[in-house]
Design a protein around this ligand. Structure first.
Ligand code: MSP
Length: 642
């Protein structure tokens, strides 16, 4: 991050609305919030953008699985993100949704501009698509000729007419950019990965789809209504449409962005596609793209199926929001993966926050009350403690560098050196002895020294722990604002007087883990009672499986398969679904058409012999034969069973 133009534009990725917010989303957002708060504190005009990414096949399928319209589903999940950020006091200025009209206009304008420039052409696309990552792959990139190299899920073959963006044209220019702007991608190790990827050669990028319709339509001038935009083109453009690109242009003076915060999994889109799109649009390139690592839990990858996903709200409620923020930023060097455990969080709270920070404030309150009726001034600080003040100033000078390089853990480590200096000063100079020796001036100078050191730390820590720091500042009798930042940090000044207020301890020691969520329990060894219940499901568990009546519309054999039939079934939804069923030995296609069957309708779609299957038929099977389970009377397609 640089402050050369007195403006800062900070962004998070826009989050897919196919999942509720988890620790990964909270992590990116909290880093971005910290940078935005820091920028405001140092006096920059700041715009902080977050939002939701609502188009694409993944969202369309997620909505369908829940029997909802995509817009209705997107509204619901987008609302959850927004209210979590509000609860977390995230200081975003703009919350963008890719279904906003203003955004769609901007995306269409960008498409039109690139098209007119000759950077977009129409051709046929044949390749492999991972819906989960919304990414295209060539056959050679796949694992075992089928699976996505990024997430390991099966890919599907896409063969359709598509518009292409001439990504290959920008290969050389991108390499020049990486070379020219040392810190355009951070950290360095991640930048090198990007460079190596680009050096292997870039293929042109398919940027429209015709096989589904949940996306931004092409501009009217192109007149090709069956195409919708590829979700990553749509999504990346949010960073400029939020500023008014293609509509009112209101905030375009914030461009180029100061920093795009992203997870390492989506760096390639941001560090390759995005700058290439911008070059095509003749817009400036982002100053920094920062890629952070991933959080695991107790050493394991988080996943819904393992039930070990960390719910940020639960953690913040149990341990305190600011403590959680501190932990996330302090525990892991930016760019590296980190492990979440309650033990690690408790250690940070008890040691760094309670011992080093909280105790210092308590001692200042105690000493100032005892020696000076809670009022102290800084008049003798430089006389007795210039050395300590100089050491602290030197440390402070290095801090902005760490922020600029997104090394927030180093930033916090350096701040803690000042707290250590303050705590050590009390131990070394023993103000209580000075009082005994009736050297009151010296005793009060020590208290004023440490109060000033704490005030400086509080200002600089406030972007990370805003609420707690506001309380510490209040207790020391000042407020956190750009004016005091200027006075204490830039001008290296001291506070004239401190009117100390008593405050209850801010970080009571935590003796045991505070969260015992169902997911934690499920990680623990099974209890005896659980063994007894093995194989038994509750009614709630049973109803998690959604069974419905379906009418078979079409049935055909799958070539080269002895077992499989491909069915089109009506489940009372907008479009029929495809189901691949292993019933060919027992039924012919014509036995099936227009009959009704029972279907598991919320089964995760899967690929069977390269065909997408979006459900499962219920059947009873023994060694001799198989029979489908069917209703006694014909009922409306989609009627629930249960
Ligand atoms: N919609 C795209 C981003 C488009 S930006 C133009 C997307 N959304 S996402 O919801 O799937 O992910 C958003 C962010 O969450 C990513 O930066 C990703 O790295 C982060 N995380 C998801 N799981 C994570 C962890 N377990 N740990 C840390 N961050 C992780 O991608």
């Amino acid at each position: 991050m640089s402050n050369d133009c007195k403006k800062a534009y900070i962004t998070t990725p826009i989050y897919y609305v196919n999942d509720v917010p988890h620790i990964g989303h909270a992590y990116t957002t909290i880093i971005a919030d910290t940078l935005a708060r820091y920028s405001r504190l140092i006096g920059l005009k700041t715009l902080f953008l977050t939002g939701t990414d609502e188009h694409g096949q993944k969202i369309q399928e997620a909505a369908k699985q829940r029997g909802k319209k995509p817009q209705e589903y997107a509204d619901e999940i987008s609302g959850k993100f927004r209210s979590l950020w509000d609860e977390f006091d995230i200081s975003y200025d703009v919350f963008i949704r890719t279904t906003d009209e203003k955004h769609k206009l901007g995306v269409q304008k960008a498409f039109e501009t690139m098209y007119k420039k000759g950077d977009i052409y129409k051709d046929d696309y044949e390749g492999f698509y991972c819906v989960s990552c919304e990414t295209f792959f060539t056959k050679t990139q796949l694992v075992d000729n089928e699976f996505c190299p990024d997430c390991g899920k099966p890919t599907s073959i896409v063969k359709e007419e598509s518009y292409f963006f001439k990504l290959s044209k920008y290969e050389q220019k991108l390499l020049e950019w990486y070379d020219d702007k040392d810190k355009c991608v951070l950290p360095k190790a991640k930048k090198n990965e990007v460079i190596n990827f680009v050096k292997q050669g870039l293929n042109d990028l398919s940027i429209t789809r015709t096989s589904f319709d949940w996306g931004v339509k092409l501009p009217k001038s192109i007149n090709d209504p069956k195409h919708v935009m590829y979700v990553w083109l749509d999504a990346l453009l949010n960073y400029i449409t939020a500023l008014g690109y293609g509509s009112d242009e209101k905030d375009m003076d914030f461009w180029p962005s100061t920093v795009h915060l992203v997870g390492k999994d989506i760096l390639r889109f941001h560090a390759i596609y995005w700058p290439a799109f911008l070059m095509s649009l003749d817009l400036a390139l982002p100053k920094h793209i920062g890629a952070h690592g991933w959080w695991t839990r107790n050493g394991e990858k988080m996943s819904k199926s393992k039930g070990n996903v960390v719910n940020p709200k639960e953690v913040a409620n149990a341990y305190g929001l600011d403590n959680f923020r501190y932990f996330l930023l302090r525990e892991v060097p930016f760019g590296q993966d980190g492990d979440f455990s309650q033990k690690a969080l408790i250690d940070r709270i008890n040691s760094d926050l309670s011992n080093d920070l909280g105790n210092l404030l308590n001692r200042i309150i105690g000493m100032s009350g005892k020696y000076a009726d809670y009022t102290i001034d800084s008049k003798d600080v430089l006389k007795f403690h210039e050395k300590e003040i100089k050491i602290a100033e030197k440390t402070i000078e290095t801090l902005s560098g760490y922020i600029y390089d997104l090394q927030l853990n180093r930033y916090l480590e350096e701040l803690w050196k000042i707290l250590t200096l303050a705590n050590q000063s009390i131990a070394i100079y023993e103000p209580w002895m000075k009082m005994k020796e009736e050297k009151t001036d010296e005793a009060l100078a020590i208290v004023a020294l440490v109060a000033n050191l704490l005030a400086k730390v509080t200002l600089l820590l406030s972007p990370v722990m805003p609420n707690t720091c506001a309380k510490i500042a209040d207790s020391l009798g000042f407020i956190i604002n750009p004016q005091n930042y200027d006075k204490l940090i830039i001008q290296k000044g001291l506070l004239n007087t401190f009117m100390i207020k008593k405050t209850p301890p801010l970080f009571p020691k935590i003796e045991k883990e505070l969260l015992t969520t169902p997911s934690e329990n499920s990680l623990k060894p099974e209890s005896k009672d659980k063994k007894k219940d093995e194989g038994v499901v509750t009614i709630e568990q049973f109803f998690q499986t959604k069974l419905k009546l379906a009418t078979i519309l079409e049935a055909e054999e799958i070539p080269k398969s002895d077992r499989l039939l491909k069915l089109k079934v009506d489940l009372g939804e907008e479009k029929p679904r495809q189901i691949i069923a292993g019933i060919k030995e027992y039924y012919t296609p014509k036995d099936l058409v227009n009959t009704q069957v029972c279907v598991v309708s919320n089964l995760k779609p899967a690929k069977i012999m390269g065909y997408l299957s979006e459900g499962m038929l219920l059947a009873a099977k023994d060694k001799e034969s198989l029979t489908l389970i069917r209703p006694e009377f014909h009922k409306k397609s989609g009627t629930p069973i249960g």
